[in-house]
Design a protein around this ligand. Structure first.
Ligand SMILES: Nc1ncnc2c1ncn2[C@@H]1O[C@H](COP(=O)(O)OP(=O)(O)O)[C@@H](O)[C@H]1O
Ligand SMILES: Cc1cn([C@H]2C[C@H](O)[C@@H](COP(=O)(O)O)O2)c(=O)[nH]c1=O
Ligand SMILES: [Zn+2]
Length: 281
């Protein structure tokens, strides 16, 4: 009993404003003092990668009571997964744009492994763009921005989340400790339908999880999987429609058979090629 009441006192103490760490929401400042105020047009590319629009809106209205302060501190994690071409990046940009539209300060991050369209922007398969930070790891985000700017960020959008090894730790800290809204988009599975990176590890941390589907390129039904069209077997292989296609369950299975058959034929051709004969000695 004593330990339960001790725990309760600790929790009450932890919810007092003085105990609370400084956070994005607590530090929310007039927009005029923010470092960047670009026009948040997805199709416009500019140097600024922190975005907001007019009239900063507090995450929790009015009050000022302990409960309000605690609620205002509370971060969120929203996860968007699905195969390639499902619209994950489109959904991420829409969400981040909507948040910026309410006056929150947003920052967008992607892995620097994804150099398909340059490193200064997140780009969807149909060409919608938004400026971003391209980082090797998420732990470098705060350093890149500087602590002052980091504290002013309300919403962090992460694209290509499967490429970040430190995704779990970063999301935990950003949402739980720093009160950020974190919106994560990434592949839940790789071309073999194995879990990809740490994306699935953040599901237990999430407020919401959305699994999107694409259209099967072969039959037009809903596509849940990504088929790799080449013989390359390494897990990470940057590419677009040249290398991958979204497929339904049936065409994923058929695709594996075709790819395996192609591999066998190529192996046979290679072994019967006189230039490839290896001495048995
Ligand atoms: N098989 C495909 N090949 C190329 N582009 C596609 C294909 N299927 C859908 N798209 C386009 O890709 C857009 C989604 O792009 P995006 O949001 O970048 O998806 P994701 O991030 O899930 O890969 C769709 O709105 C559509 O215009
Ligand atoms: C399936 C699969 C994909 N990738 C790479 C290919 C692309 O560069 C990205 C996914 O981009 P998208 O925005 O979701 O279209 O991931 C990979 O490296 N390995 C895979 O198995
Ligand atoms: Zn199909």
């Amino acid at each position: 009993m004593r330990s339960i009441s001790a725990m309760r006192s600790l929790l009450l103490c932890a919810s007092s404003p003085t105990f609370l760490r400084s956070s994005a929401s607590a530090l929310r400042t007039p927009l005029s003092s923010l470092p960047f105020r670009p026009d948040l047009s997805c199709s416009k590319l500019g140097p600024a990668r922190l975005s907001t629009t007019a009239g900063a809106k507090p995450r929790v209205a009015g009050g000022g009571s302990v409960m309000d302060v605690r609620a205002a501190q509370s971060g969120e994690i929203h996860v968007i997964v699905g195969p390639m071409f499902a619209g994950k990046t489109t959904a991420l940009l829409r969400r981040v744009q909507a948040e910026a539209g309410t006056g929150r300060t947003v920052a967008l991050v992607k892995s620097d492994k994804d150099n398909r369209y340059g490193l200064d922007s997140v780009v969807t398969h149909d060409g919608t763009k938004m400026p971003c930070w391209a980082l090797p790891k998420l732990s470098s985000f705060q350093d890149k921005l500087g602590t002052e700017a980091y504290n002013k960020v309300d919403v962090i959008g992460i694209d290509e989340a499967q490429f970040f090894d430190d995704l779990h730790d970063f999301c935990c800290k950003a949402a739980d400790r720093d009160g950020k809204i974190v919106v994560v988009a990434g592949l839940d599975g790789d071309y073999k339908r194995n879990k990809f990176g740490s994306v699935l590890d953040i599901i237990p941390l999430a407020d919401s999880v959305t699994k999107l589907t694409a259209r099967c390129e072969l039959c037009g039904r809903r596509a849940f999987f990504t088929l790799r069209k080449t013989q390359e077997t390494k897990t990470e292989l940057i590419g677009g429609a040249d290398v991958y296609m979204p497929v339904c369950r049936q065409h994923y299975s058929d695709g594996q058979i075709v790819i395996e058959a192609t591999r066998i034929v190529m192996d046979i051709e290679r072994s019967s090629d006189p230039r490839c004969v290896v001495s048995s000695q």
